[in-house]
Design a protein around this ligand. Structure first.
Ligand code: HSE
Length: 308
């Protein structure tokens, strides 16, 4: 059996506008890379080769370690590991940096140990890492990070994950303004209750989005990317939000919203060419607000993590 492994784990877009905590998809890039090596004694050693990122001093607070502890306890192993991080996703960016580390670690160790668990069964452990990072064990980043594609969390108790087919020509634009929004903070500002009217609008859109993805109906996908519950509140944390979204639509995007808890925004397009135009339009608009930003254009990742 192998002693060490290096894996890639993708960035993810959670919520996808109308699916707060229940829908997410994976990107082909960016993503995180980690190397995991078996140790001769139990316990974890963490090595950070990521520029500009500070890890918690206590390894037991590291999302990857928390996920691995849950996984190893489940399979009854006290194997120790050294984990080296080469993260390319900035923490607090809204494209699932903590989820990518959590997903990468459980995927890597499951591979190293000869795949005792199926990939779908790894999600519950990566959710523990998410809980350590954001205070809530939401699965809408870790599930697509582990399974690839679009994943619907039909239920949390019991956990019921549904992989949603999607059209092959769908491209995603991500724009990351260089401001930090912590998921934990972005959750605290949300209202605890919603009106029946808003609930009706939201569940119409989430059902429409799933139907649009499954039917490959781009127009239906576009008009379903509407969020009347979360976006109106969280968008206040992103200067220029409405103008940047409008610029994406004018450039031909099907629709878009906040990626996860922000500050990144995402837009979906029907071709790579349009997604590139959308990135340019979004960047230019953010620049008018004098906010430095980075953009990514990516196909939807079908595979999830991979061994490098
Ligand atoms: N569903 C989570 C939230 C995703 O919006 O808080 C965080 O990336």
């Amino acid at each position: 059996m192998k002693e060490s492994i290096r894996v890639f784990s993708p960035a993810t877009v959670a919520n996808v506008a109308c699916g707060f905590d229940v829908l997410g998809f994976a990107l082909e890039s960016p993503g995180d890379e980690i190397e995991v090596r078996k140790k001769d004694e139990p316990g974890f050693t963490v090595i950070n080769k990521t520029k500009d990122t500070v890890f918690p001093a206590d390894v037991n607070k590291n999302t990857a370690v928390v996920s691995l502890q849950a996984y190893l306890q489940h399979i009854g192993s006290d194997q120790g590991f050294e984990i080296t991080f080469h993260s390319k996703i900035k923490p607090g960016s809204g494209i699932g940096s903590s989820s990518a580390s959590a997903a990468a670690s459980v995927f890597a160790v499951n591979e190293l140990l000869g795949n005792p668990l199926k990939q779908i069964d790894l999600v519950q452990f990566a959710m523990q890492g998410e809980k350590a990072a954001a205070g809530v064990a939401h699965a809408d980043n870790v599930a697509p990070a582990i399974l690839g594609g679009f994943v619907l969390v039909r239920s949390y108790a019991p956990l019921d994950l549904i992989e949603i087919p999607f059209p092959d020509d769908l491209y995603c634009t991500i724009i990351h303004p260089q401001i930090e929004v912590k998921t934990e903070d972005a959750r605290k500002i949300l209202r605890k209750g919603i009106t029946l009217k808003d609930a009706v609008t939201q569940w119409g859109n989430i059902a429409g989005l799933i139907a649009g993805l499954m039917k490959g109906d781009h127009a239906l996908i576009g008009r379903s990317l509407t969020d009347v519950i979360i976006e109106p509140i969280r968008s206040m944390l992103i200067p220029g939000y409405d103008a940047v979204k409008e610029a994406a639509m004018q450039a031909g995007a099907l629709g878009g919203s906040i990626s996860g808890s922000g500050p990144s925004m995402f837009a979906l397009s029907s071709s790579e060419e349009t997604a590139i135009k959308v990135a340019k339009a979004m960047k230019e608009t953010f620049s008018k607000y004098e906010i430095e930003n980075h953009s990514y254009v990516s196909k939807i990742n079908k595979q999830g993590p991979k061994v490098l």
